[in-house]
Design a protein around this ligand. Structure first.
Ligand code: ARG
Length: 298
């Protein structure tokens, strides 16, 4: 079976052919002690250098952590590191995985920007303490890969959706597909405001997904529509200004999302999801929101 899919006509399987994977029960977070906007590596950061309200950022982060606890997740709170203001976005430094025998593995990222490279060893150390088997990409073949910023597991399936173009390279998915023995649906990203897949695609449950369509090529949209029965679309305003699509639905029912996404929230409720709104305005200044402030793992 071909492992990397780049157009709908190549898709030779249906979701029922894909083996299932348990849903994660643990959440990793990184305390925002040193969170700030100190440099500009995406368009959202541009006018915000030095403009983070630290107290507000801490409040927002604490509310979000409470939200995961209320849903019954075991939340780990890792200390931040001075000089690494983006480490709080802990969806980016790794891609965790559980194999069919229940072995927990993690692939460490190769961060695209030099400013974020030093985050990776801190996160790796934490995974080792937890007993995860640590894997690496071959950096003679692959320049960049930003973990769950770009690589999203299909809800409870051994199928990976892989974004590429800005922070991760298509080539990374060849190695990932082989290492984790999993097919990858590769989606090219076209708008630098949506530089990670998690800014324009949110898995909701096995058959439902939330997307911002203008961030994809037609091939990508065709593959999304081929594999999901229910495709919910965010408006430009909510996707770009409120990071509506950087939402997360960790259990297939409850959606945690930035406050004020009126249109998306109505569509989510109509589709049977429970919506929980959180303010992440301080993190939006850095180009991130609910999804990328955590890592779901087993
Ligand atoms: N300032 C961070 C960066 O540009 C934000 C990362 C947000 N993460 C995400 N997965 N969208 O790398």
């Amino acid at each position: 079976m071909k492992k990397i899919y780049t157009s709908a006509d190549q898709i030779d399987f249906t979701l029922s052919d894909i083996p299932s994977m348990p849903a994660p029960k643990q959440v990793l977070t990184v305390k925002p002690t040193y969170f700030d906007v100190e440099y500009v590596i995406n368009p959202h950061m541009k006018d915000h250098v030095g403009r983070v309200d630290k107290m507000q950022a801490l409040n927002e982060w604490e509310h979000l952590v409470d939200g995961y606890e209320e849903l019954g997740f075991n939340v780990h709170q890792l200390d931040g590191v001075e000089g690494l203001p983006d480490m709080v976005f802990c969806a980016n430094q790794s891609l965790p995985f559980i194999d069919e025998d229940g072995n927990k593995k993690v692939l460490m990222s190769i961060m695209h920007s030099p400013e974020r490279k030093d985050e990776v060893p801190h996160i790796e150390k934490w995974y080792r303490q937890l007993g995860y088997e640590v894997e690496y990409l071959d950096n003679s073949q692959v320049d960049d890969f930003e973990g769950m910023g770009d690589a999203l597991w299909h809800f409870k399936k051994r199928l990976l959706w892989g974004g590429y173009g800005f922070r991760s390279s298509l080539k990374a998915y060849d190695q990932i597909s082989e290492k984790f023995d999993t097919p990858v649906v590769a989606l090219e990203l076209t708008d630098e405001k949506f530089y990670h897949l998690d800014t324009c695609m949110a898995m909701l449950n096995e058959n439902s997904v939330l997307i911002y369509p203008d961030a994809f090529q037609q091939e990508g949209l065709d593959m999304i529509h081929k594999l999901f029965e229910n495709v919910i679309e965010a408006t430009q305003y909510e996707a770009e200004k409120l990071f509506a699509v950087n939402a997360t639905c960790p259990d297939g029912k409850n959606v945690l999302i930035q406050q004020g996404c009126t249109d998306v929230n109505q569509k989510l409720r109509d589709a049977g999801f429970s919506v929980h709104e959180y303010s992440t305005f301080e993190y939006i200044k850095s180009g991130g929101s609910v999804f990328c402030m955590k890592m779901l793992l087993w």
